[in-house]
Design a binder for this molecule. Structure first.
Ligand SMILES: [Zn+2]
Length: 190
């Protein structure tokens, strides 16, 4: 039985690069997120921790040889001592409001949608980075959050123009130094 929505790895760049991207993103798998914030019901700040949400929050979806693999964060829950309401901690460090995927993934969509159709961006993310984001989601991100304010810098590898900000997020520590790292280490990655 075929599952048309399920893709398998089909990298345009070397599988080694896609594996390196996956390895970096998998560092987030199972990471705990959700800092304290005032109760959304009554604004009280007297809270108690209330365990972790049963279902994790999707950070990214990887396209592997075996189909999709989801990178998920554990979401800290709080209970308000005032009104008893249970709610998620603050996830804004990792997510824009109302986005299913984490900020770096949304930023990557916005980066490429400047030059390509949503359909092409879905293909580019799959083949260049080994990431799954469907075209409707990309279109929604473009409408809600575009145009992207981060740098448009790219690095060209075998005709594929990769996002330097995304590479810096994955492989770098900070700023210019990380760009240097991403580029100078290319022999190791490709
Ligand atoms: Zn409350």
């Amino acid at each position: 039985m075929q599952h048309p929505s399920e893709k398998h790895a089909d990298p345009t760049l070397s599988p080694g690069f896609v594996h390196a991207v996956h390895d970096q993103l998998l560092r987030y798998d199972g990471m705990r997120a959700g800092s304290e914030r005032p109760c959304p019901g009554c604004a009280a700040t007297t809270l108690r921790k209330n365990g972790y949400q049963a279902a994790g929050k999707t950070f990214a979806r990887l396209v592997t040889d075996d189909g999709f693999e989801t990178v998920t964060l554990e979401v800290q829950l709080y209970e308000c001592k005032q009104c008893g309401r249970s709610f998620q901690g603050d996830l804004s460090e990792f997510f824009y409001a109302d986005c299913a995927y984490a900020r770096p993934i949304v930023d990557l969509c916005l980066f490429h949608v400047v030059d390509h159709s949503c359909q092409s961006v879905e293909r580019i993310l799959g083949q260049w980075y080994g990431l799954q984001v469907d075209r409707d989601t990309i279109e929604r991100y473009d409408q809600r959050h575009g145009p992207l304010s981060t740098p448009r810098e790219h690095v060209s590898v075998d005709g594929s123009e990769l996002s330097v900000p995304f590479l810096a997020f994955l492989f770098g520590e900070s700023g210019a130094e990380s760009h240097q790292f991403a580029v100078s280490r290319h022999t190791a990655l490709w």
